[in-house]
Design a protein around this ligand. Structure first.
Ligand SMILES: [Zn+2]
Length: 216
């Protein structure tokens, strides 16, 4: 099973990727994690990537593709992979297609975790963090239990992080939508796109994902 997973911030993409990894026995390949690993290991690609990142620039597509190529050569990827965080542009999608064609391992599907922006904004703007213990709650779905005290012995002191403010969330979603829409259309034209409704519990969304992948 060879997949690309696309999803907005807050869509639960990371959690679902881990669940798919456990369910299908194929690794989640996160290009962000791979870059950090390569830099930490000091490989030739890692050193090249570090020099670019230290200069405050984006790592070149060829470098990322080289890192993906190395990752897919590991034995645990024999049965497939779940690519997370790549591609983000049409040029990267073309580069990925060329690499996978060369390896004789084309994509089976591109899964989009589809969220209603208003529902997602409501969900994320309900988040509150405790100033003292750092725990994250939700005003509606996960409030602090009545009478529960924080580590200090006083009640939790909840506040809203800047990241969770409505205007910040809407701006991030807009950036995501603009950047992802061309990929959605690109993979749609190739018959690879599977849309999965990502509103619901983790279990509900996982069941929809597995059904969508099973049809591909
Ligand atoms: Zn607390």
């Amino acid at each position: 099973m060879r997949l690309v997973l696309l999803g907005a911030p807050g869509s639960g993409k990371g959690t679902q990727a881990q669940r798919l990894q456990a369910h299908f026995g194929v690794p989640q390949v996160s290009t962000g994690d791979l870059l950090r690993e390569a830099v930490a290991a000091g490989s030739a690609l890692g050193r090249a990537a570090k020099a670019v990142m230290d200069a405050g620039q984006l790592v070149a597509d060829d470098t990322v593709l080289g890192i993906i190529r190395e990752r897919l050569a590991r034995p645990d990827a024999d049965r497939g992979f779940i690519l997370d965080g790549f591609p983000r542009t049409l040029a990267q999608a073309d580069g990925l297609a060329a690499l996978l064609r060369e390896l004789g391992r084309p994509l089976d599907a591109v899964v989009l975790l589809d969220v209603d922006p208003d529902a997602l904004t409501r969900r994320l703007t309900g988040r509150r963090s405790c100033r003292n213990c750092g725990r994250v709650f939700h005003l509606v779905s996960n409030p602090p239990p009545a009478g529960e005290l924080c580590t200090s012995g006083a009640p939790h002191e909840l506040f809203q992080r800047d990241d969770d403010r409505e205007e910040t969330i809407r701006a991030r979603l807009e950036v995501y939508r603009e950047r992802t829409q061309p990929l959605v259309e690109h993979y749609g034209r190739r018959g690879l796109l599977r849309r999965v409704d990502a509103d619901g519990s983790l279990d509900e969304v996982q069941a929809r994902l597995e059904a969508a992948i099973g049809r591909s």
